[in-house]
Design a binder for this molecule. Structure first.
Ligand SMILES: NC(=O)c1ccc[n+]([C@@H]2O[C@H](COP(=O)([O-])OP(=O)(O)OC[C@H]3O[C@@H](n4cnc5c(N)ncnc54)[C@H](OP(=O)(O)O)[C@@H]3O)[C@@H](O)[C@H]2O)c1
Length: 316
C-alpha cells in the first residue's frame, strides 16, 4: 500500500483514516475490535479519535473511544504499527474540561495517554479553537509535550482561517511546533468553506488534509433517499439536512459513476475526495465489515476526467 507523509513530518499513513467516533457509540467494544482488526489486516495504519468521543451518547462520559482503542492496541500488541491521532479542546460538558489553555492541554494529554495505554500520541489535534487563549500559549503547551516525548506532531481542526494562519505564522516566527495537518469538514456536499477559505492556507503551509464526515454521516452511501429511510440508522437524523434537491442530485451522480465502475456511491464519494489535490486520506467510519469493504475499494478506484467533471458539476 502506498503511504504518504503527513505534512513535512516522518509520519507515514495509508490512504484511509479510520474514524473512531463510532467506538463506544454505535459499536460496542467487541464490534469495535472487529472493525479495527479488519482495518489493520488490510494494511491500513491510521486511526482518528478524540478525547471526548463519544460523550454525546446518553450514559457515556467521554473517553470511550480512546479507551476501546487503548484496550485493542494492548490486546493486539501493535502500538508501534499504528499512527494514532487524537484531539484536545472540545467541551466534555462537565463545566471543567475544555479549551486550549496550557494547563488544560497538559492535563488532557495525560488523560488521553492513560486511556490509550500508550506513552505517546502521534498526531495531536486542536479539536476546536479556544479564542480566550493566545495561540502562543497553546503552541508552547504542545512544544512542551513534544519535548517530553508525549506527542510527536500537532494538527488543527475547526480553527477559523485567521487563527489557523496566525498559528502557522507564529510557529515559524518563534520556532514553535507547526501544525502538520488540517482536519476540515469536507465532502461532496460541504465544499465551499474548505475550498475557498482553507485550501489556500493548507497549500501554502504544506498541511495534509484529512476531511471529516467524508460520507456526510452516511448520506453519501445513498441509503437515505426519503424521510422514511432516516430510520435506517441511529444516525439517520444527522443526514436529514441533505434530503434536498442538491443532496439528491449528488446521489444521482454518484449512482451514475458507481454504475459505470461497478462500484457503490460510498466508494465513489471517497474516491472523489482522494482525487482532490490536498487530501491525504478521508476520515471515515464503518459499522460493519461490509461497509468497510466499500471504504477499502476507494483508493483502488481511479475516477477519470468525465467522472470528476460530473461530480464537480452536481456538487458545486
Ligand atoms: N474534527 C471534527 O470536528 C470531527 C467531526 C466529526 C467527525 N470527525 C471524525 O471523522 C470521522 C468520520 O465521521 P463519521 O464517522 O461521523 O461520518 P462518516 O464517515 O461521514 O460516515 C460514516 C458512517 O456512515 C455509515 N456508512 C459507512 N459506510 C457505509 C456504507 N457503505 N453503506 C451505508 N452506510 C455506511 C456508517 O454509519 P451507520 O452504519 O451507523 O449508518 C458509518 O459509521 C469520525 O469518526 C471522527 O473520527 C471529526
Amino acid at each position: 500500500m502506498k503511504k504518504i507523509n503527513i505534512g513535512t513530518s516522518d509520519l507515514q499513513v495509508g490512504p484511509l483514516n479510520l474514524g473512531g467516533n463510532v467506538f463506544g457509540w454505535t459499536l460496542d467494544e467487541t464490534q469495535s475490535f472487529d472493525i479495527l482488526n479488519a482495518f489493520t489486516a488490510e494494511g491500513y495504519n491510521f486511526i482518528d479519535t478524540a478525547d471526548t468521543y463519544s460523550v454525546w451518547k446518553p450514559g457515556n462520559i467521554g473517553g470511550e473511544s480512546e479507551t476501546i482503542i487503548g484496550n485493542w492496541m494492548k490486546v493486539s500488541g501493535n502500538r508501534s504499527d499504528i499512527i494514532l491521532a487524537t484531539k484536545v479542546g472540545w467541551d466534555f460538558g462537565d463545566g471543567k474540561r475544555k479549551g486550549l489553555s496550557a494547563k488544560y492541554i497538559a492535563q488532557a494529554a495525560e488523560e488521553s495517554l492513560k486511556r490509550l495505554q500508550t506513552d505517546h500520541i502521534d498526531l495531536y489535534y486542536a479539536h476546536i479553537d479556544d479564542e480566550t487563549v493566545p495561540v502562543e500559549e497553546t503552541l508552547t503547551a504542545y512544544d512542551k509535550l513534544i519535548k517530553e516525548g508525549k506527542v510527536r506532531y500537532i494538527a488543527a481542526s475547526n480553527l477559523s482561517p485567521s487563527r489557523l494562519t496566525e498559528s502557522l505564522n507564529l510557529s515559524e516566527k518563534m520556532g514553535l511546533p507547526k501544525y502538520q495537518a488540517l482536519q476540515p469538514h469536507y465532502n461532496l456536499l460541504e465544499r465551499e468553506l474548505f475550498e475557498t477559505e482553507y485550501a489556500p492556507i493548507a497549500s501554502a503551509h504544506h498541511l495534509t488534509v484529512f476531511p471529516y464526515w467524508s460520507l456526510a454521516a452516511g448520506f453519501l452511501s445513498g441509503k437515505y433517499r426519503s424521510e422514511e429511510d432516516l430510520s435506517k440508522s441511529i444516525r439517520g437524523q444527522d443526514a436529514a439536512k441533505y434530503l434536498n434537491e442538491k443532496g439528491l442530485n449528488v446521489l444521482k451522480t454518484l449512482d451514475i459513476v458507481a454504475h459505470k465502475h461497478n462500484s457503490v456511491p460510498a466508494t465513489v464519494a471517497l474516491a472523489w475526495l482522494l482525487a482532490q489535490p490536498l487530501v491525504g486520506a478521508p476520515i471515515v467510519s464503518a459499522t460493519s465489515k461490509a461497509q468497510l469493504a466499500t471504504l477499502f475499494a476507494a483508493p483502488k478506484l481511479k475516477l477519470d476526467h468525465e467522472d470528476l467533471a460530473l461530480l464537480d458539476a452536481s456538487s458545486k
